[in-house]
Each structure stands twice: as structure tokens, then as C-alpha cells.
Design a protein around this ligand. Structure first.
Ligand code: SF4
Ligand code: SF4
Length: 95
């Protein structure tokens, strides 16, 4: 999804390559195609396209991925969109 971008360098996504077993689940579940498996290890291909949804970390069988869903740009952008749609100001749409 190259047309939807977020702020650069702020995503909380982290990958522990040593722990990765190369199963490919992160590549399968990520809606923005952030990961590719190369030489039996996951590689982050497009860090700044991560929306911090958490799907990769939840589905990684090796706990090789960490990300803090909802605290970064995705949450902020959703709050802005919600505000524009409804005319209501929101600090956060979480919880
Ligand atoms: S889901 Fe986890 S173990 Fe599987 S390829 Fe991705 S990072 Fe590696
Ligand atoms: S948190 Fe979501 S968007 Fe970011 S890499 Fe994981 S699955 Fe992809």
C-alpha cells in the first residue's frame, strides 16, 4: 500500500531477526506488506508504512515482533478522520 504513508521513523515496530524462524506469517497477515521473508528470515521492507495494527506480532509464533498497537500514527490519523467526519474533537479513539 504505497499510497498511504505515515510520519517517518515513528512506528514502534521492532523485529528480532535472531528469534525469527522464517514461517512467513507476518508477510501473510500484514495489510501493508511490510515484511518479506528472505533467506528464511523476515525483513522489514517498508517501515514507515506500518500502521501499528499489531497483526504481525499477534500471529508470530516465535515472538520475534513487537509493536505497540494504537499509540502511534494509526491512532492519531483515525482520530483526525473521526473528527473531520463527525465535527467532534477527540483526544484518542482508543478504549
Ligand atoms: S511471523 Fe515471526 S517467525 Fe514468522 S517470519 Fe515473521 S517474524 Fe519470523
Ligand atoms: S503492525 Fe500491522 S501494519 Fe505494522 S507491520 Fe505489523 S501487520 Fe503490518
Amino acid at each position: 500500500m504505497k499510497d498511504l504513508r505515515y510520519l517517518e521513523g515513528v512506528a514502534t515496530l521492532k523485529l528480532d531477526k535472531d528469534a525469527c524462524v522464517g514461517c512467513g506469517m507476518c508477510q501473510t497477515v500484514c495489510p501493508h506488506r511490510i515484511f518479506e521473508v528472505q533467506d528464511k528470515k523476515a525483513v522489514i521492507m517498508d517501515f514507515d508504512a506500518c500502521m501499528e495494527c499489531g497483526a504481525c506480532a499477534q500471529n508470530c509464533p516465535a515472538d520475534a515482533i513487537s509493536v505497540t498497537p494504537g499509540v502511534g500514527c494509526a491512532s492519531y490519523l483515525m482520530a483526525v478522520w473521526f473528527s473531520k467526519l463527525t465535527g467532534k474533537k477527540v483526544e484518542s479513539i482508543c478504549c
